[in-house]
Design a protein around this ligand. Structure first.
Ligand SMILES: O=C(O)CCC(=O)C(=O)O
Length: 331
């Protein structure tokens, strides 16, 4: 059986702004940054200290640790922050929603979560003072800062975001697996998420091309930062109860982004328009018999292939698209 290629995410120590901007950022590849000062949060953010807050938070709760957004195997619940932190940091719960070993995950939200991006300095002002955002981008590029607090064992589905991202692991260890945007055709995408839920034991009958994707992996220790460039797919697994913060910033001109996107995961406006146009073009083919639809679908794929795989990377020009992906484009 073909095996997926694996590679370790490179690690850089004691990186300052200039080194990041000159050596790391232009590569547009993930990198672990160790030893970047993150402020007093590294010592202060114990369970007891975090539990001094009681603002309500909306959290994901699931009976199994592998959360699946596409099949919604979790529920959203509202809890006071102190109760959420208690439950997320323990294995067995005396108070629970679904079962006594349920898993918890917080992705913090903006005040008006349908409109405003999350910002730690607004939703958790005292905790925000403990966390120093690395000054690796211009202040006006800042988009959001988001708490990522997970039960031990919690695994978050593979997805991409459209902005550059620094994921700070403040406490607890976390495994992160990443896939390049150039592996998009091997990941069986449904929107911004991969349908391959179990990346460690994938169902290769359903997802045969998944083995072709190269797995980039790292384990974040407390205090580590992971640079996740926009469009890189990522899947996280909390090896311990842990608190992280991720910071998104805009690296494209402001107008490139959807203005009504508080999560930072809506496709850039031009990309969304192109995808809609493609959908319309495919629907237009419905007027023709099936064999014509198939033929012209293939011609469209060829046009796209010339513009994308070939222009991005000459090596990929010979890559044949997996047949299941042909089917997808035509539906
Ligand atoms: O750390 C996590 O749990 C998820 C992080 C993530 O999805 C992100 O930083 O975009």
């Amino acid at each position: 059986m073909e095996l997926q290629q694996k590679t370790a995410v490179p690690m850089f120590t004691d990186v300052n702004r200039d080194e990041f901007l000159q050596r790391i950022y232009p590569q547009r590849r993930p990198a672990v940054l160790r030893g970047v000062p993150l402020g007093p949060c590294l010592d202060k953010w114990t369970v007891e200290y975090l539990r001094e807050r009681d603002a309500e938070v909306k959290v994901h709760v699931s009976a199994v640790p592998q959360m699946d957004f596409l099949h919604k195997n979790f529920v959203y619940k509202t809890l006071p922050f102190n109760e959420f932190v208690k439950r997320a940091s323990e294995k067995q719960h005396s108070d629970f929603f679904l079962c006594e070993d349920e898993s918890y995950y917080l992705r913090s939200l903006g005040g008006d979560f349908r409109k405003e991006p999350a910002d730690l300095s607004k939703q958790f002002p005292d905790l925000a003072e403990d966390f120093h955002i690395p000054q690796f981008f211009e202040p006006d590029q800042f988009f959001s800062s988001i708490f990522r607090i997970s039960s031990c064992g919690l695994q978050l589905w593979t997805h991409y975001d459209v902005m550059d991202n620094l994921l700070a692991q403040v406490t607890g260890r976390k495994r992160v697996v990443l896939y390049s945007p150039q592996d998009a055709l091997h990941l069986y995408l449904a929107g911004d998420k991969s349908e391959v839920l179990d990346i460690d034991a994938p169902d290769l009958k359903r997802f045969p091309a998944f083995v072709k994707a190269t797995r980039h992996e790292c384990v974040l220790e407390p205090g580590d930062l992971l640079f996740i460039p926009a469009l890189w797919f990522h899947n996280t697994l909390a090896l311990e109860f842990g608190v992280g913060v991720n910071v998104f910033w805009r690296h494209l001109p402001v107008n490139s982004y959807d203005r009504k996107d508080p999560y930072g995961n809506k496709d850039p406006v031009a990309a969304a328009r192109a995808l809609q146009a493609l959908d319309k073009a495919l629907k237009t083919l419905d007027e023709l018999p099936a064999d014509y639809q198939d033929f012209y679908g293939r011609r469209m794929i060829q046009l796209i292939q010339k513009r994308t795989l070939c222009s991005a990377n000459r090596q990929d020009c010979d890559t044949t698209l997996p047949s299941s992906q042909f089917t997808k484009l035509q539906t």
